[in-house]
Design a protein around this ligand. Sequence first.
Ligand code: ZN
Ligand code: ZN
Ligand code: ZN
Ligand code: ZN
Ligand code: ZN
Length: 336
Amino acid sequence: MSTRRPRRSGQPIEDLRCACGYPIRRYWAHCPDCSRQLIWRDTAGLAGAECPECRWAISPRFAYCPWCRTSVEEEGRSSPAPLKAPKGFRMDAYCDHGCGGGVQYPMPYCPWCSRPQQWNEDDKFEGDCPRCARGVDDWMDTCPWCGGDATGRHLIPKALLQVRRLLRVAKVSDWGYRVLLRPGVSGVDPRYPNIIEIEQRYVVGARRRDEIPWSMLVGLISHELGHSFLYHHWHWTRSRAFRHSFGEASQAYRVVDDAWVDFQRRRIAISPVNHVSGYAARHPQEDFAETFRFYVTRRGRLRELFAEFGQKRKGVIVYEKFLALHDYIRSLRGWH
Ligand SMILES: [Zn+2]
Ligand SMILES: [Zn+2]
Ligand SMILES: [Zn+2]
Ligand SMILES: [Zn+2]
Ligand SMILES: [Zn+2]
């Protein structure tokens, strides 16, 4: 199962823009495009006060700033008991901790008891920030909540650089793919062919950054890139050359790559005879993704690959798969 959520259509409720021009939502702490810190002041005087610490709009009835957790309690102004929704604020839910006060989305803290609040953002965003776990969209570079890298790519810079280099050496032109670190599983959703999700547990769960099996990440990303490449060039799957080598790619299939250990191997497996790896025999789409992975990680060097196929007595069809891919990549370059 993928963690990806359906893209929301329609306009945001308010047409709010960052100073850089990018559309934003009220109470985001950072612009997801230019990373600028956003301050939601009480310019219209609707809420009645501003936090002395973060300067965001607050109610004079609050005991704590719901944005930065600073105590703003003042005798005669603050409410002696938790309220549901003082002027300028909405009650979207009761405080998670049962203090009886109301909280408005997306307050990170209760304005009455200061305790942290959890919001279900499944229907609001496409994924979760690998740093703070709040909702983020695929196109966001900066998390609107914590201001960190919303893609998680900063955690795997070496692997991404290596993959980019390999693609260049193999002469595969960039088709606009975007790698994102996300909780859940690794895979590509055919509805969003350019988004490649890599299970962040492999990276974030590692105790030290240099403990991550580097070859595994490069292999896994290359394999997922193969899925993305194929979805992006789906018309090619209808061609005779493709069908002859890989078969019927459109037969029912949901990509959920759970065997990442297999993607670490740089050498061609001896069996099965007609596929580059055991994993490739699962489905024509996996067959293609594995062929693509070997093509890229072996730098598009067909002669070297074919010599290895010879030693391992691979079937003729394996050569044909690589030739089909090689020809197709070359034909793409011819057009650009
Ligand atoms: Zn901006
Ligand atoms: Zn504050
Ligand atoms: Zn509370
Ligand atoms: Zn975040
Ligand atoms: Zn796969």
